[in-house]
Design a protein around this ligand. Sequence first.
Ligand code: BYC
Length: 474
Amino acid sequence: MSIDYSERIPNNVNLANDRVLQRALEHWQPKFFDWWREMGPSDFAANDVYLRTATGVDAQGWASYGYVKMPDYRWGIFLADPIPDRSIGFGDSYGQPAWQQVPGEFRSQFRRLIVTQGDTEPASVEQQHLLGHTCPSLYDLRNLFQVNVEEGRHLWAMVYLLHAYFGRDGREEAEELLARHSGDADKPRILGTFNEPVSDWLSFFCFTYFTDRDGKFQLKCLAESGFDPLARTCRFMLTEEAHHMFVGETGLGRIVKRTLEVMKEIGSEDPVAIRRAGAVDLPLLQRYLNFWFSSSLDLFGSEVSSNAATTFANGIKGRPDESQYEDHVALETTVEVEAPDEAGGTKRETVGLRNAMNEIARGAYVKDCELGLKRWNTQIQRAGFDFRLKLPSTRFRRAIGAWANVPTDLEGSLIARDAYEHGLREWLPSAADRSFVHSLMQRVVTPGKMAAWIAPPDRGINNLPVDYEYVRLD
Ligand code: BYC
């Protein structure tokens, strides 16, 4: 079904045929606008931004570009086209027809996951609230705003499900999604990483590289769901999500490129000299990677999780790319999971495969994270330098799961707590690192110009030149 843009809420779910639902969503809409005005990108409401808007969910329609003022962006409800005769791809109901309604017995489990997913979307917009003021270029400013409006749309995607399938509880949850706020002492966002400040662009690129990538893998799991509207929503969200990770990966790659140029120019690898020349030294970048990677690993939940086993058994949440596995029921198989033992060492526990689903998703995520590091290390090697970026161990600095609060070094070796506390000072960004990074955050808005700490992108958006006026600021 094509998207109806004549409606107050653009949609391809035939909203006009369900007046009650339409009215309920139209009632929520002004609250969303209020939230966007208050918590979304600060200022820039009156500026034209060269944005991508979905006008259809197929290959031709999903990316149509043009100048839009952000408050006029057409946030709407877009589900990927249904797969005819789709059946449930995993769990106890494997092979049965996919559900078009939420089965009553699984209602609270579905609601919990949809609320958790929904909560992250506005959270990320709140985290990025102030970044526009310190953009390194107009190109980057536009990308930030593209990410922001799409996260707003992803909130709409979850709010639609809550309103359409969860009655009064769902409407209340939708209100709560606008009431919790990132970092709020009384009403924080649900998951840890979404309460971390993203107050500089290095953090923004790390966030879009690592945290949006968690989004990719969680959406892949939910795109497998037996509840068809959820699966279709997530399939379409994944097409938009790809750009967010592109922003992170190219952002970090451009920082590495610029740093290498500076290192060659000054003929030094000394962090002090590199900083004096206005670039981000690689050890500093490594500390930011350590921070955001370890925080994002927690987003997969515990290594051994009865919640994960239940949602898999019930056909609610599958594995990323479920079709690549042979056994979709996963009832008989066991796997080994590593955990710390009571004697200060490590042990291997044998657990049912269903209980290890979080760990399986996390493993796929880690592999995907490694690809970017490989590329950046090739850049560094080609430039003739020995430094290599590295992901820390998945045991390092965990707050959730078997390794929560277990002191380890970056390699994952167990160490004494005071050695850990001491080590954190060189493994994570220090106050001096953060204040240096903040000192670099000077706004650059001349079309085509870049801040001195980041290289220009290889190409512009939608085949336009890099010096295109992606945001009209006057
Ligand atoms: N922080 O059995 P456990 C995205 C809670 S990102 C705080 O270990 P489970 C995006 C957990 O909720 C993707 N709490 O794990 C990216 C549970 O609490 P309750 C977001 C945490 O339940 C960038 C308890 O610990 N989508 O889209 O199997 C920009 C025990 O749970 C954390 C989803 O996450 C944490 N890190 O799995 C914009 C998908 N981790 O319920 C957007 C939906 C766990 O006992 N969510 N807990 O009070 C889920 O699938 C699951 O809730 C989780 C946890 C994967 C998060």
